[in-house]
Design a protein around this ligand. Structure first.
Ligand SMILES: Nc1ncnc2c1ncn2[C@@H]1O[C@H](COP(=O)(O)OP(=O)(O)OP(=O)(O)O)[C@@H](O)[C@H]1O
Ligand SMILES: [Mg+2]
Length: 288
């Protein structure tokens, strides 16, 4: 197997404390996994808040340097990419999708600008017709078209539509890997499935591997091929998604799963009330 992405014992620590009380907090500890270049997949990282998911994403994207271990993309150490042209080539192959689509796009800039400038920058296109064609093709992959998007501003569209445009933009350079850090957490619950389903289409039709970062076990279970569960910077479970998420073997993954509310607001409300009730009766028992 040739590796698309390989993490070997990757760690990242941050200094904490004041000048005289220096300590280190380990955001990511000894993280290893390999993604196969010939077998596109949806590789999911699940974990509670602060477990090291974004730190991992930032290191894979080359925006953060590991303090230990190594990350190789197509055999090349990501930290050694220095020159502008190498950096651009790497960024074309490894594209990010961020959590907040409303922040990703400037409200005063039309959305097509982002698509056009990506086509110019990464594909080197100059002719108007070629730039339009590249933007339209990418938009078609996410169920939109340039005619629908041209001249529109971010406030005119829903979070779900914006996230589709963010995916289209990421597709323009022809990436091999997309790193999506909580891409649906700000999207209306009813639209989440359609966005994550899009990732499946990208995997199957375009051969793009997706690193899908989420808290949400239901979408993770539904679309992932493999999953790792992180807890305080460490992987505590890893394997085939159905096995890990279908039969959680540890207390933690069970707790995570129970923390996800059903999409139906009436059912969600009932569960929240049950939790409150249980907490109240627990408190009362403790007091009595
Ligand atoms: N630049 C930084 N300086 C200091 N500590 C940091 C820095 N970035 C992250 N951390 C710490 O590292 C830990 C992991 O953070 P990270 O953002 O990777 O978690 P996460 O799993 O993405 O959480 P969330 O689900 O809330 O997004 C946290 O304790 C965080 O406070
Ligand atoms: Mg995060």
């Amino acid at each position: 197997m040739s590796a698309l992405l390989q993490l070997d014992h990757v760690g990242r620590s941050y200094p904490v404390g004041g000048l005289f009380a220096r300590g280190k907090m380990q955001a990511v500890k000894d993280l290893s996994f390999t993604l196969d270049a010939e077998k596109p997949e949806i590789f999911t990282i699940v974990g509670e808040s602060g477990s090291g998911k974004t730190t991992t994403a930032r290191m894979i994207l080359g925006n953060e340097v590991p303090t230990s271990g190594a990350i190789h993309f197509l055999g090349k150490d990501v930290t050694t990419i220095r020159s502008r042209s190498d950096r651009l080539a790497f960024m074309a192959k490894v594209q990010p999708i961020f959590q907040n689509p409303f922040e990703a796009f400037n409200p005063l800039t039309t959305l097509d600008f982002y698509l056009f400038s990506t086509a110019r920058r990464f594909l080197g296109l100059k002719a108007r017709s070629e730039i339009d064609a590249a933007a339209d093709k990418a938009l078609q992959h996410v169920g939109l078209s340039l005619a629908e998007v041209r001249g529109r501003y971010s406030h005119e569209l829903s979070g779900g539509q914006l996230q589709r445009i963010a995916v289209a933009r990421a597709l323009i350079p022809g990436p091999k890997l997309i790193v999506a850090d909580e891409p649906v957490s700000m999207v209306d619950a009813s639209l989440r499935m359609s966005i994550v389903n899009l990732f499946r289409t990208l995997r199957d039709d375009l051969g793009v591997t997706i690193i899908y970062i989420t808290h949400d076990l239901s979408t993770a279970y539904y679309i992932s091929d493999r999953v790792i569960i992180m807890h305080r910077g460490e992987v505590i479970e890893a394997g085939e998604a159905r096995a890990v998420l279908g039969h959680p073997s540890q207390e933690y993954s069970r707790a995570l799963r129970n923390a996800v509310l059903p999409p139906d607001p009436v059912a969600a409300r009932r569960i929240i009330n049950e939790r409150l009730e249980r907490r109240r009766s627990g408190l009362a028992e403790g007091a009595g």
